[in-house]
Design a binder for this molecule. Sequence first.
Ligand SMILES: Nc1ncnc2c1ncn2[C@@H]1O[C@H](COP(=O)(O)OP(=O)(O)O)[C@@H](O)[C@H]1O
Ligand SMILES: [Mg+2]
Length: 258
Amino acid sequence: MRIIAVANQKGGCAKTTTVVNLAACLAELQNRVLVIDLDPQANASDWLGANGPEDGAMLIFKSTESLTSVIGSCGVPGVDIIAASQELAQIEKVLSGELAVETILKRRLKKMPVDAYDYVLIDTPPTLGLLTLNALAVAKELLVPVTTHVMTLSGVTQLINTIQDVQEILNPDLEVLGFIASRFDSRTRHAHDVLENLVQQFGDQVFKTKIRENIRLAEAPSFSESIIEYDKNSYAADDYRALAKEVTQRTTSNKKTS
Ligand SMILES: Nc1ncnc2c1ncn2[C@@H]1O[C@H](COP(=O)(O)OP(=O)(O)O)[C@@H](O)[C@H]1O
Ligand SMILES: [Mg+2]
């Protein structure tokens, strides 16, 4: 079971788009995939048309029931989901006074059979608060989408600092699986500049696959379909399929965060 967190505290950098479509493409490659939505905005849960408990993620933190009881199915074949709810925004308050609150998800996931899924993908909110820390504490690998629309590398530096703190204090096993250039529009000079900057800073930690700007990705959520169902011939489908292949081939064993 490879547990992968998708994080970048910058909103709108394609975290949710990546979680949903990478999950669908990994499932297409015959993997069993679990998505855990830790964003109170519940965009991934809505997009995937989650069945099962609407507040599944909150139940991870609040109850001691087995994880299997909070997992639901969804419209995408091969993908299960633990859904988020707005209530998650109150997590700090709900857990005040409890011990080791950063490792609740880790302790709960540990009890699940290791062969239950091939991949667990965790979507995170646009903050470095308790929910994202829970994702970073349990993940072995981290995916960082970076939008090439706007200059966002300063936020990445902040994320790297947090990763180093997490490695020291909570999870020495955490490694960056890769940075994903997202919303890439090759017609703009700016996109090329951001990509170049990213490669200069992170070298081959940047995935070869770029996710190009494609309106089909923005349309798909309204139909509760991943891109490979909504428009299997779009280049967004090609991009996410290529990314899924790269993710399956790439392991963090020979990569370092800094
Ligand atoms: N490759 C893309 N092409 C076009 N629109 C995209 C692409 N990736 C993401 N978007 C759009 O950008 C917005 C932010 O994406 P989202 O995945 O919700 O980001 P995050 O989860 O990081 O906040 C959404 O409206 C989404 O539809
Ligand atoms: Mg999101």
